[in-house]
Each structure stands twice: as C-alpha cells, then as structure tokens.
Write a protein that binds this ligand. Structure first.
Ligand SMILES: Nc1nc2c(ncn2[C@@H]2O[C@H](COP(=O)(O)OP(=O)(O)OP(=O)(O)O)[C@@H](O)[C@H]2O)c(=O)[nH]1
Ligand SMILES: [Mg+2]
Length: 266
C-alpha cells in the first residue's frame, strides 16, 4: 500500500500536525516516540528518520492493555539502545519528565512527542503539561496555535507529531486494526480475517471468525430484523472493544529482531 492510500484514511489534522513538527524541527532536542506496547514493531514508524539527529526516548504506552510478561521483555530489550518507559493509564507525567531530564545532555531540553494515530500522544502531552497548560503563550514566528510549554526544566511542544507506520503488508494493517490505530470501518475483508486470526492465536480461541462473530452478535443483541446476527455490526463492535482492551490484555508483536530491523531501516 503506498503512502497516499494510507493518508487517505486519516483526517486533515494529520497534515497539520506533520507541518507543525517539521516547522519546529530545529528547536527540538529530544523526541519521545510513543509506541503501543501491544505492537512495538508495528507502531515504530518509518518516518522516524526525520529525527535522525535528535535524542530519542521510547514510551511503550497502553501497557495496561498488553500482556504483562511481554511488557517486561520488551522494556528490557528496547533499553539496550534507548531510554524506555513502560506506561499505562496510571503512569504520571512526573516519571516522563524525570526520564527526559536524566537522559538529556541539554540544560533545558526541548521535547516533542510523536507516534502513529491513536497511540496516546495527546494523553502523554497532557500528563506532562498538566495544569501548566493555561499559563502558556504562543511564540511569534511559529505556526499559530503551536506552543512551547516550559515545565520543570524541560520545554514541551504542545502539539503531537502524527507519524505513519509503513503499511507494506496486510499483517501490519491487521495489527493496526487490533490496536485501534486505523478506523475499523471499510477495510478489506481479508484484513479483518487476518486480524481475527492473529487475535485467535494470542487469545487461544478455538473458533473460526464466522462462528465467533455469530456468538458475539447474539450475546450483544446485534440482530437484524429477522432475528439473524448483523455481522457487519458485530465485526465493528468486536474490533472496537478488542482495541480498547475490553477483551483482555494481548501483545501482538513478539519478535525482538524485527524491532531492531525497523529501527535500523529508519
Ligand atoms: N488503556 C489506555 N488507554 C490509553 C492510554 N493512553 C491513551 N489511551 C486512550 O487512547 C485513546 C487515544 O489517546 P490520544 O492521547 O488521543 O492519542 P493520540 O495519539 O493523541 O491520537 P491522535 O491525535 O488521534 O493521533 C484515548 O481514548 C485515550 O484515553 C493508556 O496508557 N492506556
Ligand atoms: Mg492527539
């Protein structure tokens, strides 16, 4: 799938976010790459290379939705080359600020937060900035609306950078669906099927997609007029709830070598 096709899935704010990051690139010292702990390979963006010469920190976010054992394994693996923080709903902004300060050579490092859609960038920026958000003022000369917020010895760009994963395979698209990084609607049927099979393996479910959806649809009362299951609705709700962690905690990327391959390629 080429990049244009991928872009077409995302709304206009993506282009704006990208422009804002590029316009502020020179000022940025440190970049937080937000990855999804459920799929650290899939969410490592091919656009990472924009930040070649920056200090890099990795946050494995949504770890509360991922497999606990793999969380530790991934953290240990990634820490071989990057400062890394395992993060979930409960993690405080203070722990992020401390990691940025301890891993930066600069006095007042300028920080940007980037990652693929829906991975938790805004949540992280909000946690860092917290109640200080109200005190900010926009700087002249920078795109209107983009602000640098000074807090606790670091300076944060109050605008997330939205990056893309390179969707060169259906498996990658399927994993992005599983973690909610692409909209669940209007995907190719094959992608739903592949996504279900990945889920089926990690969740150790012994049903085919059709049977599973039929049971799910019945249980949730997603029926058509005649009383038959509305498969379309069942499919949408299932993938939505799965991506929000309502079906359990799963990790879909488990190959460490692949992680270093995608990082090296960038
Ligand atoms: N369970 C869980 N949910 C999270 C976590 N971080 C963010 N979320 C949820 O994930 C969804 C997306 O979070 P955002 O912070 O808006 O993600 P984003 O990367 O800014 O998304 P875009 O701007 O659309 O690219 C929201 O519903 C958040 O509440 C986390 O650590 N754990
Ligand atoms: Mg956001």
């Amino acid at each position: 799938m080429d990049n244009d096709k991928v872009s077409a899935w995302y709304p206009g704010h993506v282009q704006k976010a990208k422009r804002q990051i590029k316009e502020n690139l020179k000022k940025i010292d440190t970049v937080i790459f937000v990855l999804d702990a459920r799929a650290p390979v899939t969410t490592t963006s091919f656009e990472m290379n924009i930040f070649r010469d920056k200090e890099k920190i990795i946050i494995l976010n949504k770890s509360d939705l991922a497999n606990k054992n793999y969380n530790i394994l991934w953290k240990n693996e990634i820490s071989k080359s990057f400062p890394v923080l395992l993060m979930g709903k409960e993690t405080s902004g203070k722990s992020i600020i401390n990691l940025v300060k301890s891993s930066s050579k600069k006095e007042n490092p300028h920080l940007a937060v980037v990652g693929v859609p829906n991975v938790g960038k805004s949540t992280i920026i909000n946690k860092i900035i917290g109640r200080h958000r109200a005190k900010t003022g926009s700087q002249p000369g920078i795109t209107r609306g983009v602000q640098w917020v000074s807090i606790d010895g670091i300076v944060v760009l109050d605008s997330p950078g939205i990056l893309y994963s390179e969707i060169y395979s259906k498996e990658i698209a399927a994993k992005l669906l599983l973690i909610g990084s692409i909209p669940v609607e209007n995907l190719n049927d094959e992608i739903y099927e592949i996504a279900f099979n990945i889920y089926k393996n990690v969740a150790e479910i012994d049903k085919d997609f059709y049977t599973f959806l039929e049971e799910f649809g019945k249980k949730r009362g997603l029926l058509k007029k005649g009383g038959t299951v509305d498969f379309e609705k069942a499919k949408m709700l299932f993938f939505k709830e799965l991506s929000e962690g309502k079906m359990g905690q799963f990790t879909y990327d488990t190959d460490f070598n692949k992680f270093w391959e995608v990082v090296k390629n960038d």
